[in-house]
Design a protein around this ligand. Structure first.
Ligand SMILES: [Zn+2]
Length: 463
């Protein structure tokens, strides 16, 4: 019985694993590797295995670093089932179609240049057609419902508490003459007390645990502080007559902020100003949230009952057209604007920043991770001038990062989870080297565990 660590082992994107037994080969996640264009292109085009050799695929959640290369799998001939939760099944078409559109338009843009030079055409990584082919393979299941996979492998998904529909997997793999091997897959682990979501469900009594370690060396602020942090920034800004500009990821963070705003509005903690969700993709995802009630926590249900609706509330405007978006951009009236992208790299947030960043009454609220070299990171670093659409702008608006926001477990939460699982062997993946090493040391010292830090391409024998 072999486990192939194909991607996302020693870095945080491109999650991809294969379980190989004498009876079957199963793929777990098929994420997009994100990085420099040339390297990413090479890694994403070469899956590292024959898609036709895979009997079934299991998907943990709809983040693009876990699902974003599934259309490549379909493009290269994969036609077997993709098992995931019902909520992820609803999110996946939105995520994969959007990703396919980006790859198609990237290729079209590059081909304009190659055309002029008479060079060969570049094929997109995958197309909308490939995404549709992949979407057709999805087989949705509920949490806590065992599913029999090829080779007699039993799969049970439980709530990861990470994003809507995200699942941790418990596997029971048959072994001749022995009890089945129990493996837990923890990609990605969410947090305790996150708004909207239920807490991660503990998988117990496993032999082997394969876990993410993104923040294996980091402590987050308590997730319960999110609402108060948001309230303080919003009231301060609205009181001085400014606009609140929130660059946001379309999946998860946008809905979390809307929910917190709903709570603050109900309590009368913030004034009744217009709230705009200026991202067609985030709007589509919000509608999925509204229809995925069984995946959301009790507090959400109680608030929804009192307010009627949250994700599609009357006080929340979904801007449809670019014209509507422009009208909000050019208005200086106090309001709250949520727009993609989360790191200010593209999307409608750039127009809002272009018009709002030089106004000292406004605030730019950073509520997510900002990667190096992004506009979001420059703002976070306190740069006094920034370039937007090629022009230079003075950063006069207040910029604040709210550190209580994170969908990933921190060091303490990861430790709590591993302790509860009681494995005899742990493999740490999905983390930068310093995060993995530090967390690995903690597990050895605190829990006396046998810990491994596999690299991409490593194959391990599970006895
Ligand atoms: Zn994730």
């Amino acid at each position: 019985m072999k486990w192939h660590f194909l991607g996302g082992a020693d870095q945080v994107t491109g999650s991809k694993h294969i379980l190989e037994t004498d009876r079957t080969r199963l793929l777990f996640d098929c994420g997009l590797f994100q990085g420099r264009r040339k390297e990413a292109n090479e890694i994403n085009r070469n899956l590292g295995f024959e898609p036709g050799s895979i009997d079934a695929m299991v998907l943990s959640h709809a983040h693009i670093d876990h699902c974003g290369n599934i259309p490549t799998l379909a493009r290269q001939g994969y036609r077997n089932p993709i098992h995931t939760t019902t909520a992820t099944a609803d999110l996946l078409p939105i995520m994969l179609r959007d990703s396919a559109r980006i790859h198609e338009s990237d290729a079209a843009y590059l081909n304009q240049k190659t055309n002029r030079r008479g060079l060969p055409q570049i094929e997109p990584l995958y197309t909308i057609e490939d995404a549709e082919a992949a979407i057709g393979l999805i087989q949705p299941h509920r949490y806590q419902t065992p599913v029999e996979l090829p080779g007699g492998v039993s799969l049970t998904h439980v709530d990861a508490g990470h994003i809507l529909g995200a699942a941790l997997a418990r596997l029971e793999i048959p072994r001749p003459g022995q009890a089945p091997l129990r493996v837990a897959l923890v990609f990605d682990l969410g947090r305790y007390n996150l708004p909207l979501l239920n807490d991660p469900v503990q998988i117990e009594n496993v032999d082997i645990l394969i876990s993410e370690s993104t923040y294996g060396n980091r402590h987050h602020e308590d997730a319960r502080n999110e609402g108060e942090d948001l309230r303080a920034a919003v009231t301060r800004t609205l009181a001085r007559g400014g606009k609140v500009l929130i660059p946001t990821f379309a999946l998860g963070r946008a809905q979390e902020i809307i929910y917190l705003i709903a709570q603050l509005r109900e309590r009368g903690d913030i004034p009744d100003v217009p709230v705009y969700l200026d991202s067609p993709m985030a709007q589509a995802i919000s509608r999925v949230f509204e229809n995925s009630k069984t995946y959301l926590d009790e507090d959400y249900h109680a608030l929804r009952k009192r307010m009627g609706s949250i994700m599609t509330a009357k006080w929340l405007t979904f801007t449809e057209s670019v014209e509507e978006s422009k009208a909000i951009t050019s208005s200086d009236k106090p309001s709250i604007v949520l727009a993609a992208s989360g790191m200010c790299e593209h999307g409608r947030i750039l127009h809002h920043l272009k018009h709002g960043i030089e106004n000292e009454l406004n605030i730019v609220l950073l509520v997510g991770y900002q990667a190096v070299h992004t506009l979001g990171r420059r703002l976070q670093n306190g740069d006094k001038t920034v370039r937007i659409f090629g022009d230079e702008f003075a950063v006069k608006a207040e910029v604040e990062s709210l550190h209580s926001f994170s969908a990933h477990a921190d060091r303490t939460e990861l430790l709590r989870y591993v302790r509860g699982a009681r494995p005899r062997q742990v493999f740490l993946v999905h983390g930068e080297q310093d995060q993995r090493e530090s967390f690995g040391t903690l597990l050895r010292d605190e829990l006396h565990l046998d810990v491994h830090l596999p690299v991409n391409g490593e194959v391990v024998d599970f006895a």
